[in-house]
Design a protein around this ligand. Sequence first.
Ligand SMILES: Cc1cc2nc3c(=O)[nH]c(=O)nc-3n(C[C@H](O)[C@H](O)[C@H](O)COP(=O)(O)OP(=O)(O)OC[C@H]3O[C@@H](n4cnc5c(N)ncnc54)[C@H](O)[C@@H]3O)c2cc1C
Length: 505
Amino acid sequence: MPMRSSEVIVIGGGVNGLACAARLAAKGRKVTLLEAGAAVGGGAGEREFAPGYRAPALAHLTQGLDARVVEGMALERHGLAFHPALATTVLSGAAEPLLVRGGKTSGPDTAAWEALHRKLSGFARVLAPFRQMRPVRLAGENRLFGLARQGLGIRGLGRGDFRELLRMVLINVHDVAEDELTDDRLKGLLAFDATLGAWLGPRSPNSLILYLDRLARGADPLLPKGGMGALATALGRAAEAAGVKVRTGAQVERVLVEGDRAVGVRLAGGEEMRAGLVVSAMNPRTTFQKLAGAAALDAGFFKAVGHIRARGAAAKLHLALRGAPEFRGADPRSRIVITPSSEAVESAFNPVKYGEVPGAPVMEAILPSAHEPGLAPEGHHVLSAIVQYAPHAPKAGLEAARAEMLENTLKVLEAQSPGLRGLIVHAELLMPQDIEARFGMVGGNWHHGELAVEQMLFNRPTFAAAQYATPLPGLWLAGAGSHPGGGIDGAAGWNAAQAILEAKA
Ligand SMILES: Cc1cc2nc3c(=O)[nH]c(=O)nc-3n(C[C@H](O)[C@H](O)[C@H](O)COP(=O)(O)OP(=O)(O)OC[C@H]3O[C@@H](n4cnc5c(N)ncnc54)[C@H](O)[C@@H]3O)c2cc1C
């Protein structure tokens, strides 16, 4: 097999791998990016799920693409533009649909919602800079300096606000909703948004932290013009323009280790490539357990990797429809959240703890084809929904659980959009296990490892690999499994590139 060499190899062409590779290449490194799939994008791609119908691969909206990535990769120059931010329509049982746009809404809780949104957005602004920082190394020499630096923003809050922030982070989002709101539709929306992509319910401790993280990304939900595929294309083009050599269809099977150092990779098919640095922007558990392997790693570290919790609880539904569904007068271009109440979110979470399917799942649905008619044949539509909660290890087995999940999801949709079933040309539901098999997300987890308080900052993905460098010299991490977690934003990849550049300086 021919041996090629590169200064840096980046494994994985999702948003984080592309952002990391582009940043390194722009700073003069010779970078090769290896992507297993036929195209770059990872969770941000797009695929034809039925002949003539295209849907977002996984992610169907972006929530705050990192500004450093947008500007640093000149994504607009490479074709990225967005539709106007989507408003949210909350559908809740037989209650009137409620329209919510950021801190604005109508209904009985108008003032309370605005006040809560203002307060939480204030806390989120203080937390936002953490997303762009390398977590401090608690055992390192600069421990106190680093902690002080990372604490600065929080201390700027003042004693009263700081106490309130701590209280709100430690309690659960259900209690916050009960304390601050009266309208079940808004309580349900708060509970849904706080737990989207997480393996926890609104009554779980610390469930408000993910809502703050969502607000810290700073933006309303956005859909790229041209669909999610256009975002993946812009990222890929920008990386190539920065000098990255992108190879698709290149599945890395092994990280090559010589003399206790990562020196390259072996691809499926046997080709070996050498590099000064190997950067993994794919799942951290797979990186260490399968690609590097136990023999190359310290036993304690290898054990810690096995303890990274990565239970996925979100299913993805794609419907090909022969006409436009009608959701009780909702704007078809809005983000439709179907959640009767905060209790309904908790009730949908309860069964997955026991590997069972909820009877009435809650969900976020969009009609990408209402923005981009070209995604479906003329007059037809595509519905994309993130449905919670789906068991990552179904007791009844994958096939039976998938069928039950699809049926229960369609029941909920039909109740809010009578006649929708009659429009279905093709339905596809991906359970967490399907997502793991197709996208390499262990457990089907949204963040490549649960984004929970004990797996954040200097514990993400593990204590010894939290600053993007790993205990195996020459091997770095850059994906969503690292700080600050997942979502289509590229923050982890950009932070990792920064850490690599500083380490080499
Ligand atoms: C159901 C679901 C819905 C979601 N919806 C949203 C949403 O609406 N908005 C949002 O912001 N986020 C959403 N997410 C989360 C988002 O998709 C991820 O957090 C994000 O894709 C992580 O980006 P990444 O670049 O770190 O990893 P990925 O996007 O997973 O990219 C990793 C890349 O590595 C490649 N790869 C894997 N193994 C190898 C190998 N051995 N060799 C070479 N390449 C390899 C993969 O093919 C992939 O392209 C959703 C997640 C799920 C599960």
